[in-house]
Design a protein around this ligand. Structure first.
Ligand code: NIG
Ligand code: FE
Length: 444
């Protein structure tokens, strides 16, 4: 099939077994550019390899049930799969198609909003100054604790619906605005409930260590997380038939120390829970090094990551999740050193960090643009970072984030022709169709 890279590895014949053709339920045809990131069954894509995106022209995808069964030229796929009984034909109209976008870092569930903080920041106040003045995570904790479960579910659903319209098919959601056992477990329960209510696939992260609740001593709160909250979260996940939640810690000045983070990681690992960390957002406390030592799924933010840590990340499976929406929204002069990381061989992913304070942005096409503009990533690197690598950052890289036979049929179709046009159209939603597990869940 015509393409501009990887031609020799895929050959001219389309992939997929023809004996399966009668089971095909959907064919997406007339794709102007089918952009497919590098495939890896064994962890995220590192460094320069991230740019090796295959760009097939006049392509099609065959889907059976929830899975992709073939990719090839439109003519070949339609000839082989197009006549299956009750097949749904989706005309991509000569436009761009990518794997469904994966958001590996959100704080999507919260009560209230912090619009007033945004205005304070426009007038020159910093994130730390606003938090000291009674704003920040603790302000959202109050609003979240006083919201009813129904209100939290309703706003959660509204946000997920908007994400779907912007091409997000899988999304990680953190707790962290409850900050006591009961409210944190209620947030976790809300994530599990939202799973059954809408199509975006949700990966739960338990994050009681997002801030120290007012009036509490930090060390005793950490002890409570270690002795009680983690095992209750693990139990709740089992009751919901879910994988154990990922455990995250905000390791930064004014939040949790490196030693707190280590304690929480050790306890999480003893319970078989994967870990990740908010690292180096404001100052470097050594959290990225700790994440690599503990084989964490990811270290996120990394604005102040050291050269030594970049080298460690490069030879590890820990993914660097960069959040250019946050540095943009906080109006910071500096952004994470993405180019240095990619050139040093780190596996970089991108996420929205959607939250009520430091980044009220959920659109991954916008994040794609900010990654090109502020992190100097190429459109190809950004695509790999928003699909394969973001999937690995939340432990789902073996089933989502890729368009190849055997992967889940999660696909985003755009109103533009090429991957360059996504960052170029900064701030305008270029997505027209979202497909989740082989079904159209959004189309305009
Ligand atoms: O990723 N850094 C910690 N958590 C969020 C901010 C959350 C908030 O301000 O409510 C972040 O930037
Ligand atoms: Fe965050």
């Amino acid at each position: 099939m015509p393409e501009n890279s990887r031609a020799s590895t895929q050959g001219r014949e389309h992939q997929g077994a023809s004996s399966e053709a009668s089971k095909t339920t959907m064919v997406i045809h007339s794709i102007g550019e089918l952009a497919i990131p590098p495939i890896s069954k064994d962890g995220a894509i590192h460094g320069k390899e991230m740019a090796n995106v295959a760009r097939h022209k006049n392509a099609a995808i065959a889907i059976a049930g929830e899975k992709i069964v073939g990719i090839g030229t439109s003519d070949d796929i339609l000839k082989e799969h197009g006549k299956a009984k009750d097949i749904q034909l989706v005309d991509a109209g000569g436009k761009l198609v990518t794997p469904g976008l994966v958001d590996p870092h959100t704080h999507l569930i919260f009560g209230g909003n912090r619009a007033s903080e945004f205005i304070m920041r426009c007038q020159g106040k910093t994130y730390a100054e606003i938090a000291e003045a009674g704003g920040g995570i603790v302000a959202s904790m109050r609003a979240t604790r006083s919201a009813t479960a129904d209100e939290l579910a309703k706003t959660g659903l509204f946000r997920l619906q908007r994400m779907l319209q912007a091409g997000t098919t899988t999304c990680e959601i953190k707790t962290g605005y409850g900050l006591d056992a009961q409210s944190e477990l209620a947030m976790l329960q809300a994530i599990y409930k939202l799973r059954g209510q809408q199509p975006v696939e949700l990966v739960a992260t338990f994050m009681p260590a997002h801030a120290v609740p007012p009036g509490e001593d930090r060390e005793s709160y950490v002890q409570e997380i270690v002795d009680d909250m983690l095992s209750r979260a693990s139990k709740l996940s089992k009751e919901h038939g879910a994988d154990a939640p990922i455990i995250d810690v905000f390791c930064d000045r004014g939040y949790f120390t490196l030693e707190d983070t280590r304690k929480i990681f050790v306890a999480a690992q003893a319970l078989g829970m994967p870990t990740k960390v908010h690292a180096d957002e404001f100052v470097n406390l050594g959290a990225t090094k700790l994440a690599v030592e503990h084989q964490s799924l990811s270290a996120d933010h990394l604005l102040n990551v050291s050269d030594e840590e970049i080298t460690k990340l490069a030879s590890s499976k820990t993914v660097a999740v960069l959040l250019p929406g946050t540095s943009f929204y906080l109006n910071l002069a500096e952004h994470a050193p993405a180019r240095k990381m990619i050139e040093s061989g780190v596996a970089v992913a991108l996420g929205s960090d959607f939250n009520p304070g430091s980044c009220h942005i959920f659109s991954l096409p916008l994040i794609w643009g900010l990654a090109c503009l502020h992190l100097r990533m190429t459109p190809e690197e950004a695509l790999t970072a928003l699909t394969v690598n973001s999937a690995y950052a939340i432990g789902a890289g073996d089933k989502v984030g890729q368009i190849a036979p055997g992967y889940q049929a999660d696909i985003t179709i755009y109103d533009v022709q090429t991957i360059e046009e996504v960052p170029y159209n900064l701030g305008w939603n270029p997505v027209n169709t979202t497909i989740k597990k082989g079904a159209i869940v959004h189309r305009i």
